[in-house]
Ligand binder design. Structure first.
Ligand code: BMP
Length: 260
């Protein structure tokens, strides 16, 4: 199953081009870390990208929380991503009728399709989301992570919904990069990537509804391929030091997992 295959091996069977690219980046940079760059200041976002850049395979944004967003932010962000070899990933969690998502993906202030190789989406409203993202203009190489399980307490997602989400993902192998989830819910599709948020070393929860697991446990027990870490890094005294620390713990756990 995928838990025992190396990323280099899985790169060969990935059908989505961004999944293949991510497997390559992970294997060569020896990192499975995705930074959740949840800051509200454009300069802070660029600084995070620059400092964490050498240690991450993807930079996940919520671009709509940046107070001083301007189109001019995108070019330097892309330059940093290119220089440090990581992927730009907008966590938009699209959830609407296809026509509306088509507009949200390409239009408005953010023009997500023009710069984010990866986006997230909910499967809740059906396949329209995948049809429109597939057809839209924008980057040639693009991918979608479908959210099948959530890290927060109180999520309404149940096992049946998670399973239906996975089924939808498997119907779009060329477009879907992977699944956002908290458990090894797919094992025999090594081309898909498991993205797992809710990862932090020091604490078990935030003061709202977020729940955390350790980097070792998400990789070894829960099947995580790429771990999303936000505040564990963004609130640390030194971004680069914290990112490097998470990278190493996660990579060691991955090496341990594929050996078993
Ligand atoms: P933090 O590590 O600071 O808790 O950040 C987690 C990030 O992952 C946030 O950007 C959040 O939107 C995202 N996320 C999550 O926490 N749980 C999920 O189930 C899905 C997410 O996208």
């Amino acid at each position: 199953d995928r838990l025992h295959l190396s990323f280099a091996e899985r790169a060969k069977v990935a059908k989505n081009p961004v999944a293949a690219q991510l497997f390559q980046i992970m294997a060569t940079k020896e990192t499975t870390l995705c930074l959740a760059a949840d800051v509200t200041d454009a300069t802070a976002l660029l600084n995070l990208a620059e400092q964490a850049g050498p240690h991450i395979c993807a930079l996940k944004t919520h671009i709509d929380i940046v107070d001083d967003f301007h189109r001019n932010l995108i070019t330097p962000l892309q330059e940093i991503a290119k220089r440090h070899n990581f992927v730009l990933f907008e966590d938009r969690k699209f959830c609407d009728i296809g026509k509306t998502i088509e507009l949200q993906y390409s239009k408005g202030m953010y023009k997500i399709s023009s710069w984010a190789q990866l986006v997230t989406a909910h499967a809740l409203l059906g396949k329209g989301v995948l049809d429109v993202i597939k057809k839209a203009e924008g980057l040639e190489k693009r991918g979608v992570f479908l959210l099948a399980e959530a890290s927060c307490s109180g999520t309404l997602i149940d096992a049946k919904y998670s399973k239906s989400t996975l089924k939808m993902a498997e119907e779009y192998p060329d477009l879907v990069t992977g699944i956002v989830c908290q458990s090894p819910m797919f094992l025999n599709n090594p081309g898909l990537i498991q993205l797992t948020p809710g990862v932090q070393i020091d604490i078990k929860a935030d003061d709202v509804d977020q729940q955390y697991n350790s980097p070792e446990s998400v990789v070894i027990e829960k099947g995580c391929d790429i771990a999303v870490v936000g505040r564990g890094i963004t609130k640390a005294a030194d971004t680069a030091v914290a990112a490097e620390k998470y990278k190493k713990i996660l990579w060691d756990a991955y090496l341990q997992r594929i050996k078993k």
